[in-house]
Each structure stands twice: as structure tokens, then as C-alpha cells.
Design a protein around this ligand. Structure first.
Ligand code: PLP
Length: 396
């Protein structure tokens, strides 16, 4: 799948993703020739007379040249016309929730990042937004929810989902939502725009925790939103400034630097994950592997249609239950036991007590025997050997 590019400032850009990832938002500086966008730290910008803005910039919270470069880049990569950057993925999520009114309903995948559910359920419910969790793979159930009295105003998909790697049909859900007058939001963090383009499939908004694959090096927290709607972009930009959860210029620079290698990192990490998923599926210690690239994945045909490749996140349930999973996760050497995902180095975690602890007693609770791997770009033989040693250690 190749993106079509339109850029916020109307510049002509090449349309192949790999080229775009390197060049979007990163034109050489016309004054200095610098090939890398400058980190502009100024918090305020000189005016030519009251209200006369020579550069279009006024105050650093409202806009900043380094942030603009990043916002142009994400718009280009998602095939959008507008990009917006935030201090974290959850700050971006919050900004999207501001589109709702008290009394509105939000329909959310029953498998999402625990923090997304916590924000909806524990914070926004207090302000009159009711969130329901549903398995959005069940299109009849989605249609029924969207035609009920007091139907949802927004549908929130995460696909592939965190941590069960469920895959939802974006275009089918977006079509149903559009007919019902609801917005479709896709958290595209796991796939990245290299593997999947939600806006081309009919979604209204694509969201990223840029902390993950876009940053790509476990050294920056950030969030991004892309849209083709002028109206939504204007409302989001108002709240971006009004609520103020914006990223620092340095953080924008780091995310831009990560984006430049996104395509090659995703190729390598996805190939590594595919090889490990096949190997894990044959291990006697493993009950079940969750990976969108396995022929046994319940949505294998949809994955082939909707994604360029299946991605680099995988989960598996250990036959020995939680005890075996805990021992296993504590026994790897190359796979670092840590939360987060999407960087060059491989990480391992147990979602139930770690990233998804906040959903323990909710419809989103996950199996305690589940191990989640974020597969990095190391040599796949070394990664396999590391897991092999951990299997031996967890059996003893
Ligand atoms: N969406 C997904 C799929 C995530 O995994 C995360 C964090 O792990 C978030 C959103 C939130 O992003 P952040 O941690 O940058 O606020």
C-alpha cells in the first residue's frame, strides 16, 4: 500500500513511503543549507507591529518551527492534510476526547492499551462521557451498537491491538460509523503508517504514541494525530493550544530523527518477529501464539489486505501459566524486561501485572500467562538463542 501525499503547506513531495520518511518535514534550511531541521528553542516570536506575525509563529505553545516540521512529516506519512504533535500519546488521546460533549458515548475496542481505557473509564466518565468496550471484530455487534438509542459519537479502534494482537477491519468499521454519524479513530501505534494507513481506509483520525516506533529508540515520549478533515484539525488545534500538552522542540527533533529510519526498522523488526512467531508456535512450552502474520491468526486474510506486513509485536501464552511466564520473562538477556515497545532493542514484558495492570478488573483484563515481545532489529539468531535459554531456565 503506498500513501498519496498532500502536505499542509502544499509543497510537492515524492510519494514513495521510504523516500517520504527521510524527507518529509526535513527540507534543507533555506538560510543556512542545514540538512537537518534546526531545534528552535525560542518561546516567542517578534511581531511587526501589534498582531503582525512575520513568520506565522507567535508563542511556543501555539506553534514552533521544529514542531511544525514534525507535524508536516506525520501528515505526509499518514496521507493526511494535517498533523498535530503532543507531549505524549495519552496527551494526543485526551485531545481527541475533547471533541466529545458531556452525555456522548464512546465505543472502544475491548483490547486497547491499558492507559487509554483508564483515561476514558476513570477520568472522562467523571465528565459525562460513557465508554463501552466491545469486540470490534464482530461487525454485527458494531452495527447494533451504532444503531442503538443514544448511539456512540466516536468509535476507537486499536489494530493490531495491545496486547492480544487482535485485528479489526478498519474500512468496515469506518463505513458503519460514518453512516451512523460517528467518528472513527484508529490508534496506529503498533502498525505505524509504514504498515497500515487508516485514513486511506476511511478513518477520520489516526493517532500514535510516537514514543514507540516513530521515535524508535526508547528516548522520547510523544504523541501525534493525523487527519484529512479541515474541521477536525481546526478543533484539535484549538485544544492543542488551549490545553497546552505540547512536546518540546528537542522531543520533536528526536521523533523526526526516528521517522527517517522508520521504513528500514519496520522491515527488519517485522521479519524478525515473523521468524520468531513461527518458531514459538512449535515450542512445547507455548500454549498459543498471537501474531497477525501466522497463517493460524483468525484475521490472516484481513491482515494481508489491510497491512503491508504483520508488524513486530507478538504475544504468547505459556502452558505453565503465570509462574512459568514470570520465570521466563526474568530469564532473558537480550530481551530486556521493560514496559514500552517499538524501539531498536527487543523488549519483553508480562502485560497483566505491567502495562495492563490498570485494567485488571475490567472487561479488558488479559491472561496472566501472556508474555509480550517487542521484537527489535538485532540478529534473529541471537534473539532466538536468548529465548531458548529462557525456556530452559523457566522449566528448571
Ligand atoms: N497507544 C498505545 C497502543 C500504546 O501502547 C501506548 C503506550 O504504551 C499509548 C497509546 C500511550 O502513549 P504514551 O505512553 O506515549 O502516552
Amino acid at each position: 500500500m503506498q500513501p498519496t501525499l498532500t502536505c499542509e503547506n502544499g509543497r510537492h513531495m515524492p510519494d514513495r513511503f521510504e523516500t517520504l520518511a527521510v524527507h518529509a518535514g526535513a527540507e534543507p534550511d533555506p538560510h543556512t543549507g542545514a540538512v537537518v531541521p534546526a531545534i528552535q528553542m525560542s518561546t516567542t516570536f517578534k511581531q511587526d507591529g501589534v498582531g503582525g506575525l512575520r513568520s506565522g509563529f507567535e508563542y511556543g505553545r501555539s506553534g514552533n518551527p521544529t514542531r511544525l516540521a514534525l507535524e508536516e512529516a506525520i501528515a505526509a506519512l499518514e496521507g493526511a492534510t494535517h498533523g498535530l504533535a503532543y507531549a505524549s500519546g495519552l496527551a494526543a488521546t485526551q485531545n481527541i476526547f475533547y471533541l466529545l460533549q458531556p452525555g456522548d458515548r464512546l465505543l472502544m475496542s475491548d483490547d486497547v492499551y491499558g492507559g487509554t481505557w483508564r483515561l476514558a473509564d476513570k477520568v472522562w466518565r467523571r465528565y459525562g462521557i460513557e465508554t463501552d468496550a466491545l469486540d470490534l471484530r464482530d461487525l454485527d455487534a458494531v452495527a447494533a451498537a451504532l444503531s442503538a438509542d443514544h448511539a456512540p459519537r466516536m468509535v476507537w479502534l486499536e489494530t493490531p491491538s495491545n496486547p492480544m494482537l487482535k485485528v479489526v477491519d478498519i474500512s468496515a468499521v469506518a463505513r458503519l460509523a460514518a453512516v451512523a454519524g460517528a467518528l472513527t479513530v484508529v490508534d496506529n501505534t503498533f502498525a505505524t503508517p509504514y504498515l497500515q494507513q487508516p485514513l486511506a481506509l476511511g478513518a477520520d483520525l489516526a493517532l500514535h504514541s510516537a514514543t514507540k516506533y516513530l521515535g524508535g529508540h526508547s528516548d522520547v515520549i510523544g504523541g501525534l494525530i493525523a487527519t484529512r478533515s479541515d474541521e477536525l484539525a481546526e478543533r484539535l488545534r484549538f485544544h492543542q493550544n488551549a490545553a497546552g500538552a505540547v512536546p518540546s522542540p528537542f522531543d520533536c527533533f528526536l521523533i523526526m530523527r526516528g521517522i527517517r529510519t522508520l521504513a528500514v526498522r519496520m522491515e527488519r523488526a517485522s521479519a524478525n518477529a515473523s521468524a520468531l512467531a513461527l518458531w514459538l508456535a512449535d515450542r512445547p512450552e507455548v500454549e498459543r501464539v498471537h501474531y497477525p502474520g501466522l497463517p493460524s491468526h483468525p484475521a490472516a486474510e484481513l491482515v494481508a489486505r489491510q497491512m503491508r506486513q504483520p508488524g513486530a509485536m507478538l504475544g504468547f501464552e505459556m502452558r505453565g501459566g503465570e509462574t512459568a511466564a514470570r520465570r521466563f520473562a526474568g530469564a532473558t538477556r537480550l530481551f530486556t524486561l521493560a514496559e514500552s515497545l517499538g524501539a531498536v532493542e527487543s523488549l519483553i514484558e508480562l502485560p497483566a501485572p505491567m502495562t495492563h495492570a490498570s485494567v485488571a478488573d475490567s472487561p479488558l483484563a488479559v491472561p496472566p500467562s501472556l508474555v509480550r515481545l517487542s521484537v527489535g532489529i538485532e540478529d534473529v539468531g541471537d534473539l532466538r538463542a536468548d529465548l531458548e535459554v529462557a525456556f530452559s531456565a523457566s522449566a528448571s
